[in-house]
Write a protein that binds this ligand. Structure first.
Ligand SMILES: [Zn+2]
Length: 351
């Protein structure tokens, strides 16, 4: 019998999109509470509309399409507060996740500017506060910039993250579909600015896009972590850079299988072996537990069953995720204290 990771070991979820993390039944309730006209009156059809079937797979863009409905339903302060509250509490109840980083794009929750961005963000922080009053959890928010957005909108998102950093916004990310207009180099200054204010930086790369982008992202944007990054296993230069800078990859195996970024569990095995051999740091996440119908413990269980990760390795990865979190740990030093060089820059800028 295969031994499982003990449930008593608390977990950190570092890569989880709000639009992919709310249980369909709760999404259904939130949609109806707002009177949103859904494309179906049948709950089960709705459920199929916003989830990936366990054995089915979608193209990368097909997967992003699923977010159309979840983002629309979550587009109000009421919906965002309830969503964040339910995700954080649910992750604790289902998986003993005590550190929960939730990422979303507030501009994809404000109905094209109809709703005020600060109200959306404040609602998310209320959701976190309510969940942390009920459970021993430490949540944090990451704002996702979008590759397909014009630079000016992404700049506003970074400024919002900076102004809400003392209220639970812990980092920024760049996500979204591959876009012809997106250039990594354009974001150098903006990411530096976010970092100066103590925000963590994680960037989606090395997933559906070109392998060469990983090294460019590392070089120009200097992220602390990378969303996915599994394709780095095919680029020795990128792996050397990841190693040298201690960057952590947020690997989401089921997500990569569903979007056909990797061909199967054998490729996952090869990627993990390659990272271990070369010393590349990585942790396990889900990308979106409800949409993909997999929680972190399911990911660990599968990796254990297939002999890709031993229980000892799973324990090490669980601890590594805690250590790599942007959420300041009460018993630990805060993010800015952990990065004295950043603190100094902030003080200089504020002076
Ligand atoms: Zn993602």
């Amino acid at each position: 019998m295969v031994r499982h990771l003990s449930r008593s070991i608390p977990l950190a979820e570092l890569h989880c999109h709000l639009g992919a993390a709310v249980t369909p039944a709760i999404m259904w309730g939130i949609a109806h509470a707002q009177g949103i006209k859904l494309p179906t009156k049948d709950y089960w059809e709705f459920r199929d509309l916003i989830t990936v079937p366990p054995k089915g797979s979608k193209s990368f863009d097909g997967y992003l399409q699923l977010f159309h409905w979840t983002e629309l339903i979550q587009s109000s302060p009421l919906a965002v507060e309830r969503s964040v509250y339910e995700v954080v509490g649910g992750a604790y109840r289902k998986n003993n996740i005590t550190t929960m980083e939730l990422r979303f794009n507030p501009m994809k929750r404000n109905r094209g500017g109809e709703q005020d961005l600060d109200h959306i963000i404040a609602a998310a922080t209320r959701g976190m506060d309510r969940a942390s009053l009920e459970y021993p959890v430490k949540p944090g928010l990451i704002f996702c910039l979008d590759r397909a957005f014009p630079y000016e909108l992404n700049e506003i998102l970074v400024e919002k993250a900076i102004s809400w950093r003392d209220r639970g916004v812990v980092g920024v990310d760049i996500a979204g579909p591959e876009s012809a207009t997106f250039r990594v180099a354009d974001y150098r200054r903006l990411m530096r600015r976010a970092r100066q204010f103590g925000l963590g930086i994680t960037i989606h790369t090395g997933e559906a896009g070109p392998v060469e982008e990983i090294a460019r992202v590392i070089e120009l944007l200097e992220p602390d972590r990378i969303g996915h990054g599994v394709k780095a296993a095919y680029d020795p230069r990128a792996m050397a850079m990841l190693n040298e800078r201690g960057i952590v990859l947020e690997v989401c195996p089921t997500s990569n299988l569903n979007t056909r970024v990797v061909s199967g569990w054998e490729e996952v095995r090869w990627i993990f072996d390659t990272f271990r051999r070369t010393g590349v740091r990585f942790i396990i996440s889900t990308d979106g537990p409800e949409m993909l119908q997999t929680y972190i413990r399911d990911e660990f269980a599968t990796l254990g069953r297939l002999g890709i990760l031993s229980v000892e390795e799973q324990e090490q990865l669980a601890a590594a995720a805690m250590a790599a979190s942007f959420v300041p740990n009460v018993s630990d030093v805060s993010l800015t204290q952990r990065r004295p060089e950043r603190r100094k820059v902030v003080e200089r800028e504020e002076a």
